[in-house]
Design a binder for this molecule. Structure first.
Ligand code: AMP
Length: 479
């Protein structure tokens, strides 16, 4: 067994990984981290759920030079949700090294991102369209980009982003390390890699090695007009703690969520027609466990990493066989078991057959939803409907527990710089530079993260300690 300690990582990175609860590196991490630390190009075939985000986030956090103000690493992701998730993982892993990650994605104010890019940023994570936009407008300086990661490359192609990805690559410095991750290695992806990568090390994580997730697959044939009443029975029998129900279109999502709502289910929805901020909010609420049933279209749920989803229901058969794998991959994550249940109408045999050919096995026909089974489970189901779902801790909860973000009412206009804050705070008795996290200096305010539970002490002392001769107002930041 390999330990993270053997991977030649900085103590600051190891401490963050430990606090994230990762005891040993996953297969993909064992293989990718040492090669990435050597700054070699890598082509990785691996699915989501295998720990691949940390396999590139860890070496990136290790390799970037903290003192450099311009961004040094760019991670491209197919969706906005994934961009935010990757940025959060980077922030968690790089917490003690004070790595600043920033997510850039569309449908969100450009001006705010432009402002954020003026701050020291080590790693940028974004969707191709918006990243290209920033590079072309000169708001994202790529002159120091030493590392490029293309995440979920197959999804990127499916979504028609190839051209934008290539345009971005051409604008980056030639001297760089490139890592490409994909669940499948099609010819287009191989071509992309040979065109833009140098002697790439090829790493394939076999499905078997990938601790194949423990997912039970079942299917039912249900006529369209009977689907809803079937779903009701199914949920009584399965009585899921946390379930995603996939529909083909956003109208179907809207309809279904209303119907479930009316029946007293705790349900919410996510689809591409919603505002980005609303999408994030729904995902956060679902992640926290505020409701049990998330009704979704394919696009909105790609790459989403939420632990403890017990059931995935395909209320509509996915039209693309790959979507079945993506949908199903939302359950059985991080070593847990899960169940995938597909409802197919009598005319949809050929889609089901295509999916079965693709996944390489026949999906079992589910057990009959008998009146007896329903009667037997009714009480437990009703109980669960009434009780509030258990609130889940976020991945970085332990890491974040000891962090206090402080607000100071002075910034660039008062000529304050990060060194001024570090210099002053580290002089407080019992506080060292290691206790200071990310510092964000804006025109008139500054936010400083205080680590290791030292927040209250710093807050108390800074009420009457000056910074560069100025006494600033200080309090705990609102967010
Ligand atoms: P990913 O494939 O990057 O989407 O990661 C899947 C899940 O595994 C995420 O919830 C990670 O937080 C978790 N994870 C990543 N690396 C490890 C590890 N070494 N030990 C335990 N969990 C991990």
């Amino acid at each position: 067994m390999v330990h993270f300690k053997e991977l030649k990582l900085d103590e600051k990175i190891l401490r963050a990984i430990e606090q994230l609860g990762y005891t040993e590196p996953t297969e993909v991490q064992q293989k990718v981290i040492p090669v990435a630390l050597q700054k070699q190009d890598i082509l990785v075939k691996s699915k989501t759920g295998s720990g691949k985000t940390a396999s590139f986030a860890t070496p990136l956090c290790e390799l970037v030079d903290w003192d450099e103000n311009k961004p040094q690493a760019l991670v491209l992701t197919p969706t906005r949700e994934l961009a935010v998730q990757v940025q959060e993982d980077i922030t968690n892993i790089g917490r003690y090294k004070r790595i600043k990650g920033l997510a850039l994605y569309g449908k969100s104010p450009f001006a705010r991102q432009k402002l954020a890019l003026k701050q020291k940023t080590h790693i940028v994570v974004g969707t191709p369209g918006r990243v290209l936009d920033h590079i072309e407008k000169g708001t994202l300086d790529v002159s120091k980009m030493e590392y490029l990661v293309i995440d979920e490359a197959d999804e990127m192609l499916n979504m028609g982003f190839l051209e934008q990805v290539e345009s971005i690559i051409k604008l980056l410095p030639k001297e760089r390390t490139t890592m490409l991750f994909s669940a499948t290695l099609s010819d287009v992806i191989k071509k992309l890699s040979s065109k833009y990568m140098k002697q790439a090390v090829s790493i394939e994580i076999d499905a078997a090695e990938e601790n194949a997730p423990d997912i039970e697959h079942v299917k039912y044939v249900v006529r369209e007009e009977l689907k809803f009443s079937f779903l009701e029975k199914l949920t009584i029998i399965e009585n899921p703690d946390s379930c995603i129900i996939f529909c083909r279109t956003k109208d179907r999502v809207e309809q279904l969520v209303d119907m479930l709502d009316e029946k007293g289910y705790t349900a919410d929805k996510i689809h591409g027609g919603m505002m980005q901020e609303d999408r994030f909010e729904v995902m956060d609420d679902f992640r926290r466990g505020d409701f049990r049933y998330l009704i979704a279209t394919d696009v909105a749920a790609r790459g989403i990493d939420i632990e403890d989803i017990t059931h995935v229901v395909h209320y509509d058969v996915p039209l693309e066989k790959e979507s079945y794998v993506h949908r199903t991959g939302r359950t059985g994550r991080a070593g847990r078991s899960g169940k995938s249940i597909m409802l197919a109408t009598p005319h949809e045999d050929k889609f089901v057959k295509e999916i079965e050919d693709y996944i390489g096995f026949e999906i079992t026909t589910g057990a009959e939803l008998s009146p007896e089974a329903i009667a037997k489970n009714r009480t437990a189901f009703d109980l669960k409907m009434q009780e509030q779902p258990e609130v889940k801790e976020s991945k970085g909860a332990q890491l974040n527990a000891n962090i206090t973000k402080l607000y100071f009412n002075g910034g660039k206009k008062k000529k304050l710089r990060a060194v001024d804050f570090v210099g002053t705070l580290a002089k407080i008795e019992g506080v060292s530079a290691d206790d200071i996290g990310i510092i964000t200096i804006q025109d008139t305010v500054t936010y400083v993260e205080i680590l290791n539970g030292k927040g209250p002490l710093v807050l108390k002392m800074m009420r009457n300690t000056t910074i560069k001769g100025k006494l600033l107002k200080v309090h705990i930041a609102n967010k």
